[in-house]
Design a protein around this ligand. Structure first.
Ligand code: 13P
Length: 259
């Protein structure tokens, strides 16, 4: 059975000057027409968003921010709001990345408020979930992901839930070179889809986009994408080079056509 077209998002994290960002986005935009209906999204640091928007506007490449505050404006030094992200040209925003949870004390409750803010402002949330190594080794992976989804989604209704992209990123696979085995990733993706089915019904669950993230490279993208419930990737390190980022999209596209 062939699969839906892949979504491949590149989270640059705290990388790239303006000049580096321009070169990277230009190369990705140039490659996009060769990638059929695969969708690529670039997620630069806030400082490069406006410049990236100039290059992505009117192209098939989407643009996202790495974080959002739940209020629209106010005395929140260092934060950035939904209207600001829209103003800078964003369509997407990453919410609840494990680095935000780990280093900046984000909780499932703040993740929920951020999801609401993103939806309110017409941004597609990329809602990240994932277990630590300790949680995996203690057999608590599914419980942890379930709790992150329950609290992160809260009372979000079906219509809004259908606008969310989900990303499963096991913390132990991020930046470590240690990718989850395809079957390990699939087990959690299938659980996420099942959870969405419980909450919102089968059609919503079937259409949901669930990305995998954690040491994705062109060399492992094909085999991961063959898994039934993996709809694309959230890429860190390999999104900082156009060749590897585009290579991942191209491998996912190839796998999506596999019968
Ligand atoms: P790496 O691809 O560098 O492991 O990072 C994954 C990630 O955290 C994307 O958000």
């Amino acid at each position: 059975m062939s699969k839906k077209a892949p979504l491949v998002a590149g989270n640059w994290k705290m990388h790239a000057t303006l000049a580096e960002g321009r070169a990277l986005v230009s190369a990705i935009v140039t490659a996009a027409p060769g990638l059929g209906n695969a969708r690529m999204v670039v997620i630069p640091p806030f400082t490069a968003l406006s410049e990236a928007a100039k290059l992505t506007v009117g192209t098939a490449v989407g643009l996202g921010g790495q974080n959002i505050h739940w209020e629209d404006k106010g005395a929140f030094t260092g934060e950035i709001s939904g209207p600001m992200l829209r103003d800078a040209g964003c369509d997407y925003v990453v919410i609840g990345h494990s680095e935000r949870r780990q280093y900046f004390s984000e909780t499932d409750a703040t993740v929920h408020k951020k999801v609401g803010a993103a939806l309110r402002h017409g941004l597609t949330p990329i809602l990240c979930v994932g277990e630590s190594l300790e949680e995996r080794e203690a057999g608590k992976t599914i419980d942890r992901i379930g709790a992150q989804l329950d609290v992160g989604l809260g009372e979000t209704g079906r219509g809004d839930a259908e606008r969310i992209v989900f990303a499963y990123e096991p913390v132990w696979a991020i930046g470590t070179g240690r990718t989850a085995a395809p079957a390990q990733a699939e087990e959690v993706h299938a659980f996420i889809r099942g959870k969405l089915e419980e909450k919102y019904g089968k059609p919503t669950a079937a259409c949901a986009i669930i990305l995998y993230g954690g040491s994705v490279k062109p060399a492992n993208a094909y085999i991961l994408y063959l898994e039934r419930d993996i709809d694309g990737f959230l890429v860190g390190g390999a999104s900082l080079e156009a060749d590897s980022f585009v290579g991942i999209a191209s491998e996912a596209l190839r796998a999506s056509k596999e019968e």
